[in-house]
Design a protein around this ligand. Structure first.
Ligand SMILES: [Cu+2]
Length: 328
């Protein structure tokens, strides 16, 4: 059984092997139709495009946890098959890094990190809704250190209103709008939303509805959940639900969410196979509730197997055979 590890506790050479494999995937050609998806500049960006295309189905919906669990698995396998990576698939431990983001192994900017902060830009607060703003982080500009220094991104953020209302994706979503990878590491958000007690409160919820609320917050409210908080620690594009996959820290971020889901399931075995939510993000447009027998929407060209939500609930059965080094 493969063991997924905390990025912080991996040896520097192990961390570099992982980021080397991600960079290797960025040298492989895209398999997507370039007339429809100019933003897919290589195989890595195929993942970002497929995720953006399915965003309105696989977030704030019944598919969220299991769809992302399998997406991580596909990417982990791709790192092995395309780039020969056989090391551990790491997670970014949000609470462990919350008090010192830029000093952590994850973000210290060394060649053994996931790259550092973006260059400092300005101090304007970030408006998330008419009622909710958060302070700016300590960066905002281009990432210039570590393995992903000067990396190019192609997709611009898509308004959260598209998710809230269920409107079609804007026509230019998959245009090739090249810019540098940016980050705005935000210790205020990290300390407030991804701290140890928030994690424990989440793990102690006793049903899937409450667990979901703890991880995602309530969209349009004045609180972020743990998982949305972790995204907002990053700044754009990592904070944008549609195009966040462009920042490679997305994978360790979501692997920690998967550890959180796995650990919650272990703590609450009587409700571990619960499904909560409908088949559309934020139930817009309105749709049926998902069940363990609902078929997943697929993962683009990476995999179109008709897995049900129930097929993807255990990390040690069906297509999966892995565990986490530390249960939360
Ligand atoms: Cu996602």
């Amino acid at each position: 059984m493969k063991v997924r590890k905390d990025f912080d506790t991996m040896a520097p050479s192990e961390r570099k092997a992982y980021t080397d494999a991600i960079k290797c995937l960025m040298t492989k050609p895209s398999q997507l139709d370039q007339t429809l998806y100019p933003a897919a500049i290589n195989r890595y960006f195929d993942y970002a495009v497929v995720h953006a295309n399915l965003t309105q189905v696989v977030h704030i919906s019944a598919f969220f946890l299991t769809w992302h669990r399998y997406y991580l698995h596909l990417f982990e396998q791709d790192l092995a098959n395309q780039c020969g990576y056989t090391g551990a698939f790491p997670y970014w431990n949000w609470p462990a890094t919350a008090d010192n983001l830029t000093g952590s192994a994850v973000f210290d900017g060394s060649e053994y990190s996931m790259s550092g902060n973006g260059l400092y830009t300005n101090n304007d607060s970030i408006v998330l809704s008419p009622f909710f703003s958060i302070p700016h982080g300590s960066g905002g500009g281009c990432v210039t250190t570590g393995p992903f220094a000067n990396m190019t991104t192609t997709m611009q953020p898509v308004s959260i209103d598209v998710l809230i209302t269920g409107a079609p994706l804007p026509n230019n979503t998959f245009a090739k709008n090249e810019s540098c990878l940016t980050r705005d590491l935000n210790e205020y958000v990290a300390k407030r939303y991804t701290n140890t007690s928030a994690l424990e409160e989440c793990l102690e919820t006793t049903n899937m509805a409450d667990f979901t609320t703890q991880i995602n917050g309530v969209i349009g409210s004045t609180e972020l959940g743990l998982h949305s908080g972790a995204h907002f620690v990053l700044g754009s594009p990592g904070s944008n639900i549609f195009v966040s996959v462009q920042d490679p820290i997305w994978w360790p971020l979501h692997t920690f969410l998967d550890n959180l889901y796995t650990s919650w399931q272990a703590r609450h075995p009587n409700v571990s196979d619960s499904v909560y939510g409908t088949l559309t993000a934020n139930n817009a447009p309105p749709s049926a509730n998902g069940t363990i027998n609902t078929i997943e929407p697929g993962w683009g060209y990476f995999d179109q197997t008709n897995y049900t939500i129930g097929d993807l609930m255990s990390t040690t059965s069906g297509p999966f055979c892995y565990r986490y080094d530390v249960s939360l």
